[in-house]
Each structure stands twice: as C-alpha cells, then as structure tokens.
Design a protein around this ligand. Structure first.
Ligand code: SF4
Ligand code: SF4
Length: 472
C-alpha cells in the first residue's frame, strides 16, 4: 500500500503507485486541458506532485512542451538567478565489496588497479584541488568495511578540513558513501559534513536486485531507507539521485519524486539536492548493455520537469556529460556542476592524461576548472564557490524556510560575487580574470538591497587587499 509517511521502502516507493502514475501520465499525455492546469499550478512556484510532474514529462503536445521548458527556465532564473555553484569529486578509495554490474569498482573486476589514499596522499590531492580554486568537495569511496571503515572516512574528512594551502581551504565536504547505520550517520554529522549524497541507482526493486547481485548493497530496503537513517542521525541535508539508463526513466522519475515527497512528509524537509547522472562507459562497463538509455532531448526534459516539481532543490550534473549537454541543462534546471574533475583515486596528482583504467566512469567534459569558469561567465553565468549556508548553520528546514520566503536571494548573489572574486585573484588565468572582473562590476548592480550592495563593494575591496572568507 502506498504511504508517503511510512518508513518502509516498499510503501513510500510503492511499485503499484509508480505503475499507476505512469499509466495515468500516459493516458493524459495529450490532454492539453489537464496539462494547462498543471502548468498553471506550477507557475505558482509551489512545486508539483509525482503524478502531475509525470504528466508533464510524458506530454506529447509540441506547444505545451515548449511551455514546460520555458517555465523550467523561468523557475531556474527566479530561484537561482544566473549563479552556478562549483564543486569537485574526490575519490578516496575504489576498494568495494559490492557487485554493482554498471560500476568498474565491483568486486569481481580483477583487472582494475585498486587504490586507497593515505592521509598524506589526501593532503596532496586536496592541495592540488585548492590550487585549482575548489572550495567544495564531494568525497567518494567504495563500500568495504575492512578497507574503508567509517573511521577512515572520518579521519579523511578531518584531514581535508585541516589543510590550508596558500589562500586555499575546503569549506564544505559533501559525502557520497554507502548506506550505513544511524550511529555512523551521527558520526558523519558530528564531523561537520555538508550534504550526505546517496544515489538510489534504480528504484525498481526487481531491477535493483539484479543490478546489485552481491554484497550489502543488494538489500533494496536498507539502501532505499538510508536517507531516513541519515536524517535520524542528525544529517540535515541529503542528496538524492538515480543513474539514468539502468531502468525505465519514467519509472525512475516518478519514484524519485515520491522519495522527495516522503522525506518532506516524514522529516518536514525535502532533499537538498538531486543528481542526474547517466550510465557512462568505463573499464568492464559498456553502457549499451543497459536498455534504459535516454537521449539528450529526454534528458533535458527530465531536468526541466524536476526543476518545476521541486523548485527549492538544487540540481547537480557531473563531468560525465559533455559541454554541449551541460550547456543545455544549465538553462532549464541545473544549479551545481563539477569542473576539472578526476574520477580515479589519486587522479588530481596524476600526470595527464588520466589513467582511465581506474576511473569510475569516463569523463566527457575534460576542461580545466579555469576553462569551465571562463566558459560559464562567457555564457552570462556567475560561477559561485559559495559555502555560506552550511557554515552559517542554514541547513535542513532552516535553509528551506529561507528559500521558501525568497530571502535566500539576499545572500546568494553577494556571496557568489565574493567567492568568485577570491577565485579570480588567487587562481584565474588572465583572460578569466578580466572576464570575471567585468562580470562582477555588472552584477553588483543587480543586488537589490542597497545596504547589501555597498557592503559587498566594501568586502570586494578587502579581498583585493588580500583578505579572504567573507560571507552573508
Ligand atoms: S557503485 Fe559504489 S557500491 Fe557499487 S561497485 Fe561501484 S563503488 Fe561499489
Ligand atoms: S548563500 Fe547558501 S544557497 Fe546561496 S549559494 Fe551560498 S550556500 Fe548556496
């Protein structure tokens, strides 16, 4: 029985409800009257439920589809302006006891080099990341209770926060590790992590069990209920995601939104972020064997419909996607991207080209962070290295409350400009610096509150004098 308030995976992600949703959406895919009503509701910026959003996703009417995309772009603009938050993944260890058939780190892959960073090596990787200009990391590690116990993850987080190289600092560490116990989540919360990210991969239980034939991850319920344990353990911000291409995207889409509704119903706060990775080629992995692959057009529509359904939830895309695809989805929904990423353990200290035999997936966007920052600015976006909310204690429901009464805007733009200025002064190439200085000059005028604008100008001056780390 479907119950968003239940704590049982099979009840809050009820297979029956997902199938009924798909049937309803397919029946109404040309019902322009209903689609018009849903769009009207969405224009009030209060989001949509999984059924309404699924109807938009499956809509076949060309004119309506243009309206859906336009609305997603408008909501993106209203909530996130032209700011894009930057981050980088940091792979700590690729030892893993699971058998995920789409991931090269699966236990049976005997020809991939296995590696686990020592604290000394983490220091080197983080120094390299700081030298690129990164302030926000997402750490990644395979599941291996002996090689990567929680103590190793906690020690690594401590090391990362402790490194202050030149003007660099990692100010927010998000964590992407396997589903674990409430007790371990509490330890992560106490270590001061930002968001706890866990991809569901697929919500379809039968497919999930086939795709995860061995290892602790095989347990669908334990994995799907992980976010509830994380929140019980005191983690305010959690990040959802599915790996598009593993099962039918219509199924994943509806279930993903049901998961978000469940978190809101039980914990009073929805997911902080949603990631939208697609299956990529890697050692021992051929994406063509997965029959749920989706085209760029469908991918764009998924992003747009998620944007409309959960306007307050940040959306993340990685360097799995090409520059062209990233440009498309930035417009209609994505608010956070990675740049200059290496997806292998120790990748930031390796000589170019990256030793791809040990990468978790093939990177499509191979540009440096400076190139990505430059590219974003030339398209009119403001790359932001902001981590202010987390550091000011604006997490979970406090963050959502700010978002919902639109107060967040008084923080985001000035913070984006201040952190961009730090980047320009410390790490940018000459062309990027010039482009960025012009952009800051222009964007300063868009800070609505005069007092905040004056204060931002004053702080920008202080950054020029060598001071760092101001925030609103
Ligand atoms: S997806 Fe994660 S859990 Fe699965 S094999 Fe890869 S690293 Fe291990
Ligand atoms: S002010 Fe908060 S919401 Fe805005 S970019 Fe910074 S951390 Fe994100």
């Amino acid at each position: 029985m479907y119950d968003p308030r239940s704590l049982k995976a099979e009840e809050f992600i009820s297979d029956e409800e997902v199938l009924k949703t798909i049937e309803y959406a397919e029946q109404n895919r040309n019902n322009t009257e209903l689609i018009g009503q849903i769009l009207e509701k969405a224009r009030q910026r209060k989001g949509l439920d999984h059924r309404e959003a699924s109807v938009l996703l499956m809509c076949e009417d060309e004119q309506m589809n243009r309206e859906i995309l336009d609305l997603a772009c408008q909501i993106k603009k209203d909530f996130y302006g032209n700011r894009i938050v930057m981050f980088a993944p940091l792979y700590l260890s690729n030892y893993c006891v699971n058998g995920c058939v789409y991931c090269p780190y699966h236990l049976k892959n005997k020809h991939i080099p296995r590696k686990k960073l020592t604290q000394k090596e983490i220091e080197k990787e983080v120094t390299a990341l700081q030298d690129m200009g990164h302030k926000r990391l997402a750490i990644e590690a395979g599941e291996d209770p002996e090689m990567n116990p929680i103590e190793y993850i906690l020690e690594s987080i401590k090391t990362i926060y402790s490194i202050k190289h030149k003007n660099g600092a990692i100010r927010r560490v998000n964590v992407n590790i396997a589903a674990t116990t409430v007790e371990n989540y509490r330890k992560l919360a106490d270590a001061g992590i930002g968001t706890y990210i866990l991809f569901q991969e697929t919500y379809h239980k039968e497919s999930y069990e086939k795709l995860h034939p061995t290892g602790p991850k095989h347990d669908y319920a334990y994995h799907t209920e992980a976010m509830d344990r994380a929140m019980e353990g005191g983690i305010d911000d959690v990040g959802l995601g599915v790996l598009f291409g593993l099962d039918l995207y219509k199924y994943e889409f509806a279930a993903l939104l049901m998961h978000a509704e469940h978190l809101e119903a039980v914990h009073g706060v929805g997911p902080h972020t949603i990631s939208v990775p697609r299956v990529r080629k890697a050692d021992d992995i051929d994406p063509d064997v997965f029959d749920g692959g989706i085209s760029d057009d469908v991918f764009e529509k998924i992003v747009a419909c998620i944007r409309i359904a959960v306007p307050y939830t940040g959306m993340i895309i990685s360097t799995r996607e090409s520059a062209v695809c990233r440009e498309r989805v930035l417009k209609c929904g994505i608010s956070q991207i990675s740049g200059g990423s290496r997806t292998s353990v120790g990748g930031y200290c390796e000589e170019e080209p990256e030793d791809e035999s040990s990468a978790q997936f093939e990177v499509s966007d191979r540009r440096t962070l400076d190139e990505v920052v430059n590219w974003l600015m030339k398209m009119g976006y403001i790359p932001s290295f902001c981590t202010a909310c987390y550091r000011e204690g604006r997490t979970g429901d406090r963050f959502m409350a700010l978002c919902k009464n639109m107060q967040i805007h008084n923080c985001c733009l000035p913070n984006a400009l201040l952190t961009l200025k730090e980047y320009l002064d410390d790490y940018a190439s000459a062309d990027t610096k010039q482009t960025g200085e012009n952009l800051i000059e222009k964007e300063l005028e868009n800070i609505p509150n005069e007092k905040t604008r004056l204060k931002t100008k004053e702080l920008l001056g202080k950054i020029s004098e060598g001071n760092r780390d101001f925030r609103f």
